[in-house]
Write a protein that binds this ligand. Structure first.
Ligand SMILES: C[S@@+](CC[C@H](N)C(=O)[O-])C[C@H]1O[C@@H](n2cnc3c(N)ncnc32)[C@H](O)[C@@H]1O
Length: 237
């Protein structure tokens, strides 16, 4: 399988559906990713948590018209790692689904928050979500770097939302770099199966890690490849 982009120093992008591409890739040490959330298209309001995973996902689907089931990609990532270790940005609606998947496997989990200092204004003096969640799911024995500064172990960080002309849902770089620092070593292989505009790979390279990203939309593959090529020039490497 040919990469869409290869910097020749361990950073690659694959264009395609991660469920089809991932089985052909080498084993990763850590997954840091920002999959599609539930798309809030203004349908019925969703509330309530169902005991059964399928019922819970169907309720989300009925309410929002779109569903992202994390199970197939988690199963594939598991096959692609020696010890499961993954950070998944997600919405609060999907947190119970991730937790259930972790519990079924006897894996550990921990929730991180990005508190947006400037959430988007909405009607009647309200604002859109001012918190985004990330669930860290890991198997016993997953690598943990215990030589960092205190702030890098915080479960939350406060950062403004930066508009991005390339992608509707960009994540600030710290949302992707801190997990890499805390849960991997230099030269480890970082996987992002839902790459978007490539921030995970940019942060992985800055931190001396290798990285593979997969993106289904060619327009974002191109943006990610351009950003990576540009950041090589910026760093004058
Ligand atoms: C929430 S966005 C990631 C944004 C990214 N964190 C950034 O800052 O640019 C999710 C991305 O996953 C991609 N995607 C959705 N389904 C996919 C699939 N099956 N395989 C690979 N990429 C997929 C979408 O095109 C989208 O760019």
């Amino acid at each position: 399988m040919q990469p869409y982009y290869d910097d020749g120093k361990g950073i690659q992008i694959y264009h395609g559906d991660c469920l089809k591409v991932l089985p052909h890739l080498p084993k990763a040490d850590l997954c840091v990713t920002d999959p599609p959330y539930v798309l809030d298209i203004g349908a019925k309001k969703y509330s309530g948590i169902y005991a059964d995973r399928g019922a819970h996902l169907n309720k989300i689907k009925d309410s929002f018209g779109y569903i992202f089931d994390p199970l197939p990609i988690i199963d594939l990532i598991d096959k692609n790692m020696n010890v499961f270790n993954g950070y998944f940005w997600t919405s609060e609606d999907l947190l119970p689904t991730y937790i259930e998947i972790a519990k079924e496997r006897n894996w550990k989990w921990h929730i991180l928050c990005w508190c947006k200092a400037n959430s988007i204004p909405a009607h009647f003096n309200h604002r859109l979500n001012d918190i985004e969640f990330c669930i860290h799911i890991f198997q016993s024995g997953a690598y943990f770097n215990n030589e960092l500064s205190y702030t890098q172990y915080f479960s939350y960080f406060i950062q403004p939302l930066h508009a991005n002309k390339y992608h509707p849902t960009p994540k600030p770089s710290i949302a992707l770099s801190n997990p890499i620092l805390v849960s991997s070593k230099p030269d480890d292989l970082i996987l992002d199966p839902y790459l978007g505009t490539g921030t995970t790979l940019i942060e992985a390279r800055k931190l001396g890690r290798r990285g593979i990203g997969i993106e289904i939309d060619e327009k974002y593959c191109k943006v990610a490849a351009d950003r990576l090529a540009q950041s090589v020039m910026d760093l004058n490497i």
